[in-house]
Design a protein around this ligand. Structure first.
Ligand code: FE2
Length: 430
């Protein structure tokens, strides 16, 4: 039999080496040590890492690549970012959003991202972002899974038309119910918004993903209500709390009660390390809080944690390259996840964990999974995070859709080597 594609001599994220992966009709047909069969294309991985694609479980594709338009965020705070986005929204057309989003998708695919969960702001009576991203979702479907969250940026209760707009967005085909309880006018309104939105999701059989407690206020406890509603409405495994930065500042005793309740309710967590290390602690003098949620404690309790990128060149964050390894790199540092085991887990948090959170079908490198993967110029997940290396091949449905390479640097210093490659600097065995 002839396969569509065979990758030979791959190292897998779980540490297996010398593996061959055969792909047929869009699926993985075999993962074995020596596959002797014909294939239309054979890629020799040369012992480098083959991973299932990177997954970004939290992004804002309606705002991406809008940096500087109409102005920059001077204070660097979340709240100025929201105000700035409010200035940009009426100025942009559906075509503007589509063009920027498609351009971002090109970048994302080139970096080996296979799926993105994007929030889309529904606080716009014309629902321009929703119309645009539904069209983008259709256009990119062959090469990127785009899952959309109806996100009431200005508060589903605080904004007078947000609730109706959110329901219209869901009727139009947006996949997931979003929210932002810490931006509602009062703690009570925040709790009411969580209840209302979870009931809406339960009625429609949808998942929930809320911006939840993206605040340094230790008393911002909407995650408690979100957890309670997930439990009450039978939404276990289908609810995600994004950001959860207030947990960084919460009282330890309270957290010792909260985390087990989250476990019981099957709530997932999505920290966004690049953005929150930039935005949080802006009102602190010194010491400044890091503002990343309690990643280690959530993970150790058994909660599924996936890292999101959140923003690339928009009102909240002026950098970014769509590289989920940048995201893992930052999370690792801020969370002090420095053991070998912890670093390997950070790779899981930008791949398999986020696929679980998004409910992706057929994700992984087992026989029968979708033949989606990325070949990295690194020998293992830890080296991948350290180097953030070239994506030598990005594969979707058994077809190569992107090929990358990393240029090396040549030295011209007497007595020193000609060529410097960061990949040569790691010890071979640890
Ligand atoms: Fe966000």
């Amino acid at each position: 039999m002839q396969f569509d594609l065979i990758i030979t001599n791959a190292t897998l994220p779980d540490g297996r080496t010398g593996m061959d992966i055969a792909c047929n009709q869009g699926r993985i047909a075999a993962v074995e040590e020596a596959i002797t069969a014909e294939a239309r294309e054979v890629i020799d991985a040369q012992g480098q890492l083959v991973s299932p694609p990177f997954i970004d479980p939290h992004f804002h594709m309606d705002a991406t690549l809008s940096l500087g338009n109409p102005r920059m965020n001077v204070s660097g705070t979340l709240l100025e970012g929201i105000a700035l986005w409010g200035e940009l929204k009426p100025q942009q057309s559906i075509d503007d959003i589509i063009a920027r989003a498609l351009r971002y998708c090109d970048l994302a695919v080139s970096q080996g991202i296979g799926a993105i969960r994007s929030h889309v702001d529904v606080c716009d009576d014309e629902l321009k972002g929703v119309q645009a991203l539904l069209e983008v979702r259709r256009q990119v479907a062959d090469y990127l899974d785009l899952q959309l969250v109806a996100f009431p940026q200005d508060g589903v209760l605080r904004d007078p038309t947000a609730r109706d707009n959110l329901i219209r967005a869901l009727d139009m085909g947006v996949d997931v119910v979003g929210g932002i309880p810490h931006f509602e006018r009062t703690m009570q309104a925040g709790a009411d918004s969580v209840r209302l939105l979870c009931e809406l999701a339960a009625e429609r059989g949808l998942m929930v993903d809320m911006h939840c407690d993206e605040s340094d206020d230790p008393l911002s406890r909407h995650i408690e209500t979100l957890t309670c509603e997930a439990q009450r409405l039978g939404l276990q495994g289908r609810v995600t709390g994004s950001h959860l930065t207030s947990m960084h500042s919460m009282d330890n005793y309270y957290v010792s009660k909260l985390i087990p309740l989250m476990v019981e309710a099957g709530v997932h967590a999505v920290p966004n390390p690049l953005i929150n290390i930039m935005l949080q602690g802006r009102h602190d003098s010194y010491p400044k809080r890091r503002g990343q949620t309690r990643v280690r404690e959530l993970r150790d309790a058994g909660i599924t944690v996936g890292f999101g990128s959140d923003c690339v060149m928009d009102p909240w964050y002026s950098l970014g390259t769509a590289d989920m390894l940048d995201v893992a790199h930052m999370a690792l540092h801020v969370g002090q996840l420095s053991s070998r085991q912890d670093m390997r887990w950070c790779f899981d948090a930008v791949t398999v964990n986020s696929a679980t959170i998004m409910g992706l079908e057929g994700y992984g490198l087992e026989k029968g999974c979708r033949a989606d993967m990325v070949l990295l110029q690194a020998r293992d997940p830890i080296e991948a995070i350290r180097l953030r290396p070239a994506r030598l091949a990005v594969i979707r449905g058994g077809q190569v859709i992107a090929r990358g390479s990393r240029e090396t640097t040549m030295l011209d210093i007497p007595g020193r080597p000609d060529r410097v490659d960061p990949a040569d600097y790691a010890p071979q065995e640890i």
